[in-house]
Ligand binder design. Structure first.
Ligand code: ACO
Length: 313
C-alpha cells in the first residue's frame, strides 16, 4: 500500500479535528467534503463570518487574551492581539493551542512564512525540541532507492541557513519523522554535501562533518553518516567505492541537505524531473500544523490533513 493510503487508513482509525483556516478557498472546501465523507478527519473550516459571529464572542475574547499573554513581552498590545486573534490563521492556531482542535493545515493561499510565523509564535516548539523544521515525504518511482522508493528529505521548508548544531537537530528530528510517521523501522541518515569523506575541503563541508558529530552525540543509536554526496548516499556501488564501511552509504533512506536552498531545490528536482510524489510535514512543533504549497491540489490537502491527523495521535 502506498504511504498516503496507509496514512489515510490509520487516520480513519482515530479521527482527529483538523482546522482549515482557509475556509473560503475552493480547493480547501472540496478537500473538507472528502475528509468528512471518507472519515479521514473532522475538518473545521474557518471563515471570518464564523469567527466574528456574536455567538463566538466569548471564545474570540479568550483567544485574544491568550495571544496577548504569549506575545506581550514582544511588544504586542491588547488591541493588536484582539485584531490578530480574529485573523483565521491566528484563530486556528489558538484553537489548536486551546485543545479545541488537534491540528491545522493551511497554505493554499498563504505563503509559507505567513503560516510559519503564527505557528512559531503560538504553538511553539514541543518540550525538548530546540527547532522547528520540516520533512518532505518523497515517494520515488524507482523503488530500489531508500525504503522501497520512500525517502524522507530535510529541510526544504523552514530554516534558511542552519548552523551545525541546528543541522544536527534537523537530522535527529527527521529520523524520528521517518520512524513515527512513515513507519521506517531503521532510519539511515545521510548528511549531504558536495564532498564524500574528505574528497573536498571547504568550510561548508566542515559544517556538515561537525553537524554529523553533534547528531551522533544527540542520538548515539542512530545510523547516521556524513559528509556524503547524493550518489554515495543512494547508490550501493558508489557508496561502497567512496565510503567503504559506512553504515549508511548506498542505502540511505533519510537525506539531510546542508541548507534550505539545496533542500528546497532537491525535493523539486525529485518531483519535477524524477516523477516523485512529495509532500511536506513540519516537525518540532508542540502540536501538528502543516503547510501546503500554493499550487496544491485537493488531493494534496487531503493527504496533508491525513498526515497531520497521524502526527496528532
Ligand atoms: N524553530 C523554532 N523557532 C523559530 C524558528 C525555528 N526554526 N525560526 C524562528 N523561530 C522563532 C524565533 O525565535 C521567534 O521567536 P520569538 O518571536 O518568540 O522570539 C519567532 O519564531 C519568529 O522568528 P523571526 O526570526 O522573527 O521570524 P522570521 O521572520 O525569521 O521568520 C521563518 C521565521 C518564517 C521560519 C523564516 O525563517 C522563513 O521565512 N523561512 C523560510 C520559509 C520559506 O519561504 N520556505 C520555502 C518555501 S516552502 C516550499 O517550497 C514548500
Amino acid at each position: 500500500m502506498k504511504l498516503v493510503e496507509r496514512m489515510k487508513a490509520a487516520a480513519r482509525a482515530d479521527v482527529k479535528r483538523i482546522v482549515l483556516p482557509e475556509g473560503d478557498e475552493p480547493r480547501t472546501v472540496k478537500a473538507a467534503v472528502i475528509l468528512k465523507d471518507e472519515g479521514i478527519a473532522e475538518p473545521i473550516l474557518l471563515t471570518k463570518a464564523l469567527i466574528e459571529a456574536p455567538s463566538n464572542a466569548a471564545r474570540l475574547a479568550s483567544y485574544a487574551a491568550t495571544l496577548y499573554e504569549l506575545r506581550k513581552a514582544k511588544g504586542l498590545t491588547e488591541e493588536k492581539a484582539a485584531a490578530l486573534a480574529a485573523d483565521p490563521m491566528y484563530y486556528g492556531m489558538l484553537a489548536v493551542k486551546a485543545g479545541e482542535a488537534d491540528g491545522l493545515v493551511s497554505g493554499a493561499i498563504h505563503s509559507t512564512g505567513d503560516m510559519l510565523r503564527p505557528a512559531l509564535q503560538v504553538i511553539r516548539t514541543a518540550p525538548g525540541m530546540k527547532l522547528v523544521s520540516s520533512s518532505f515525504l518523497v515517494e520515488c518511482p524507482n523503488r530500489s532507492v531508500g525504503e522501497e522508493g520512500l525517502l524522507v528529505l530535510a529541510d526544504g521548508v523552514v530554516n534558511p541557513c542552519p548552523t551545525a548544531e541546528e543541522l544536527a537537530h534537523i537530522a535527529v528530528a527527521t529520523a524520528e519523522t521517518a520512524r513515527k510517521l512513515c513507519g521506517v523501522e531503521e532510519p539511515r541518515v545521510a548528511m549531504l554535501s558536495f564532498s564524500t569523506k574528505g574528497s573536498a575541503e571547504h568550510a561548508l563541508v566542515e559544517k556538515v562533518r561537525e553537524a554529523t558529530a553533534i547528531a551522533k552525540g544527540l542520538a548515539p543509536a542512530l545510523l547516521i553518516d556524513g559528509e556524503l554526496q547524493l550518489d554515495a548516499a543512494l547508490v550501493p556501488e558508489v557508496g561502497a567505492l567512496k565510503a567503504p564501511g559506512s553504515p549508511v552509504a548506498g542505502r540511505a533512506n533519510v537525506l539531510v541537505f546542508p541548507d534550505l536552498q539545496s533542500g528546497n531545490i532537491g525535493y523539486k528536482i525529485a518531483q519535477r524531473l524524477g516523477g516523485a510524489s512529495c509532500f511536506a510535514v513540519l516537525q518540532g512543533l508542540a502540536r501538528p500544523c502543516n503547510d501546503l504549497s500554493r499550487g496544491c491540489s485537493v488531493e494534496d490537502i487531503v493527504n496533508t490533513v491525513a498526515a497531520t491527523a497521524l502526527q496528532a495521535r
